[in-house]
Write a protein of this length. Structure first.
Lengths: 116, 113
């Protein structure tokens, strides 16, 4: 059973370009979470999605950032008009359900975004 | 508060010794706590969790202690091994009807051979 897959692993964008980060959850998982991590810091929650639904986006910046998890295909985190401050590692996690008794999130290897 | 822009606290232990990593959490309403291990260049890996109706939980070589009175969480690693070298994060979660896991700033563990 493959784990959470993220691609690309490394992404370099110039200021003003768009960044698209992809996350394929573990097989059988229908819940996806995105986090951002700056160097030497903990992970910051961004958004929680189920298939075709955004459940909690309280951690998403109001502008330029969007996320989706379509019925088919991976979850996408999109950053428009990137700025240097967007440089970070972006992690995706998935879980089988919103079952807090189980509540294990399996993390992917992350995408390291560098904005030049 | 958050250690924005500060270096991670570091714990250095001798191989074979026990390690204790501490964490203060912020939200009195949090009722579920998790410890994660993150190795360089990788995503966080679940280690152990504990609910607020417990004060201690043991896993394989790891023990988590929860003190709700002072909002303190600790992770004890027995017989620390070089492979335990990593950054360790505590995380908290509350049942608000939505979902948000709040991560602490992390502690870097160095194991000396």
């Amino acid at each position: 059973n493959a784990g959470v897959m993220q691609n690309p692993r490394h992404l370099v964008r110039r200021r003003g370009q768009e960044a698209r980060l992809r996350c394929s959850p573990m097989k059988g998982h229908s819940h996806v979470y995105w986090y951002r991590q700056l160097p030497e810091e903990g992970l910051k929650f961004m958004v929680y999605l189920q298939k075709e639904n955004i459940i909690d986006e309280s951690g998403m910046p109001k502008e330029r950032f969007s996320a989706e998890f379509p019925k088919e295909g991976p979850s996408i985190l999109r950053i428009q008009q990137v700025v240097r401050g967007d440089s970070a590692a972006y992690f995706c996690a998935s879980s089988p359900s919103w079952d807090r008794k189980a509540n294990e999130q399996y993390f992917g290897p992350g995408t390291r975004l560098t904005v030049t | 508060g958050e250690n924005v822009g500060l270096h991670l606290p570091t714990l250095s232990v001798q191989e074979g010794d026990n390690s204790i990593i501490n964490c203060a959490y912020s939200n009195s309403a949090s009722d579920y706590f998790i410890w994660y291990k993150q190795e360089s260049g990788k995503g966080p890996q679940f280690i152990i969790d504990i609910r607020s109706n417990m004060d201690k939980r043991q896993g394989q070589r790891v023990t988590v202690l929860l003190n709700k009175t002072v909002k303190h969480l600790s992770l004890q690693i027995a017989a620390t091994q070089p492979g335990d070298s990593a950054v360790y994060f505590c995380a908290e979660n509350e049942d608000t009807g939505g979902f948000k896991t709040i991560f602490g700033a992390g502690t870097r563990l160095f194991v000396k051979a």
